[in-house]
Design a protein around this ligand. Structure first.
Ligand code: NDP
Length: 435
């Protein structure tokens, strides 16, 4: 806190992990001798740079660009790029820190990183987005590479942005390698990567429900967001017979108590990805309830919540409202969407609660599989990737149960994920000496 006083999100993420691992840390004096906590709390390195680009009218704009390379003890740095007006170092450091432990859980060889810019693609033309992505990579390309640091998408960075960044990287580095994941299928992308975070979260949820003998069929699920993670979560849920009762964007939320139809979900998908419109337009088209400027949590009756928009989008009041309205499980698609207060409420009520670090790890897992396919210069079928994704999510769930089960049988997924993720990174760091 003393070292990074202006980084509240970063401190929040670090405190959660340190609280969870306190017991195992104290049991092993070697960890202290290697000063592992301090080494893990200071990223390996951070790049910060100016990104200047020209809009369609010929005016020059400047944004900040960053890459936080947090830890590469178990594999090359790996983590997404976020383009959003709120991006700052505190947010990227928290995301890179989380990514290190998440990637450790995936069973694949990936370290942790995150990057981005305070540039917002919203309202920009395709050509403006392209020029921004090219300017961003003209600075960053020297620091990344297929075995060094492999970026991917995140908020505001989807297939279009990854394509433009990959194109510029390829040109600058004069190599066609798997330096980005989330690429288009025609140029090295993996089948199922776009779906992976949402599908993976549902697979994790199914494992959690199983521990209480529950099935997903007929359950009402409140989702926030309407981007990549949210839409593919909804798609998988619909295919399993669940009801998706809400979605949102940064302007407001829709509520559909009987659940979205496939046709309505297709509409949202097109609205967000092709027309780049607002969720309000769905409410106008289908005349459903719309809560301007509100997140879904206070307004919906649901059995399950799957926050899939951004950090700190469920606070203590939201958590209490969700529980009072019947929610029995929360599985996080977004990174750190629940505040510490909200997490306390969920755990106090003994409902199923999975942190993003475990539940949304499907995205980076399939990114890891994309890297493996690129290295071998071949591509696997959708069924094969989906099967591997399911196996990985089941394995992550197993690790959470192993390290997180409490005396009364309650599975503390926060503790489970943090301890399992930390132990592997810690052992790898100690084995490689002080670097
Ligand atoms: P997208 O940009 O595709 O979608 C983000 C969605 O969340 C949009 O609907 C957006 O609304 C909304 N949103 C973003 N910021 C805010 C905000 N401050 N307040 C309210 N709503 C907001 O991003 P993704 O779906 O890729 O990412 C969503 C979350 O999932 C993030 O936390 C990300 O870190 C996490 N994640 C993503 C992975 C991936 O594979 N993409 C992997 C693992 C985690 P609007 O359109 O109005 O901005």
């Amino acid at each position: 806190k003393r070292r990074f006083p202006n980084e509240p999100e970063y401190i929040q993420a670090v405190e959660e992990v340190l609280t969870s691992i306190e017991d195992v840390y104290n049991e092993n004096p070697e960890f202290e001798r290697y000063n592992l906590i301090e080494r893990l709390c200071i990223p390996d390195r951070i790049f910060a740079f100016r990104v200047s680009w020209v809009d369609d009218k010929g005016k020059v704009h400047n944004n900040m660009g960053y890459r936080v390379q947090h830890n590469n003890a178990i594999g090359p740095y790996k983590g997404g790029i976020r383009f959003h007006s709120s991006v700052n170092l505190s947010i990227l450091k928290f995301l890179a820190f989380e990514q290190t432990f998440k990637n450790s859980l995936t069973t694949l060889a990936m370290g942790g990183a995150k990057g981005g810019s305070d540039f917002s693609p919203r309202g920009k033309s395709d050509m403006e987005v392209m020029r921004f992505c090219q300017a961003f990579i003209q600075e960053l390309w020297r620091q990344i590479g297929p075995d060094t640091d492999v970026p991917a998408g995140d908020i505001g960075v989807g297939g279009r942005e990854v394509g433009y960044m990959f194109g510029e990287y390829k040109k600058m580095a004069r190599e066609f390698t798997g330096t980005f994941t989330g690429k288009g299928y025609e140029f090295g992308g993996s089948l199922i990567r776009p779906e992976a975070t949402g599908y993976g979260n549902v697979y994790f949820l199914l494992e959690m429900l199983k521990t209480r003998g529950l099935s997903i069929e007929g359950k009402r699920v409140a989702i926030s967001g309407s981007g990549n993670v949210a839409t593919y979560t909804a798609e998988k849920l619909l295919s399993l017979g669940a009801k998706v009762v809400s979605m949102s964007d940064s302007d407001g939320s829709i509520y559909v108590p009987d659940g979205l139809s496939q046709e309505q979900l297709d509409y949202i998908f097109k609205l967000k990805n092709i027309y780049r419109g607002r969720i309000r337009e769905f409410a106008e088209e289908y005349e459903c309830q719309y809560f301007e400027g509100e997140r879904p949590w206070q307004h919906v009756a649901c059995d399950i919540a799957m926050p899939s928009a951004t950090q700190n989008e469920i606070d203590g009041d939201d958590a209490r409202a969700l529980i009072a309205n019947g929610c029995i499980a929360v599985s996080e698609g977004a990174n750190m969407p629940s505040t510490p207060d909200a997490i306390r409420e969920f755990q106090k009520a003994r409902i199923l609660y999975a942190p993003g670090k475990a539940a949304n790890a499907g995205g980076v897992s399939v990114s890891g599989l994309e890297m493996a396919q690129n290295s071998q210069k071949l591509s696997w079928s959708a069924e094969e990737v989906d099967r591997k994704l399911q196996d990985i999510m089941t394995e992550i769930h197993k690790q959470c149960v192993k390290y997180g089960t409490e005396e009364d049988g309650y599975i503390n997924y926060v503790r489970g994920a943090n301890v399992a993720g930390f132990m592997k990174v810690a052992r790898a760091m100690m084995a490689q000496g002080v670097l």
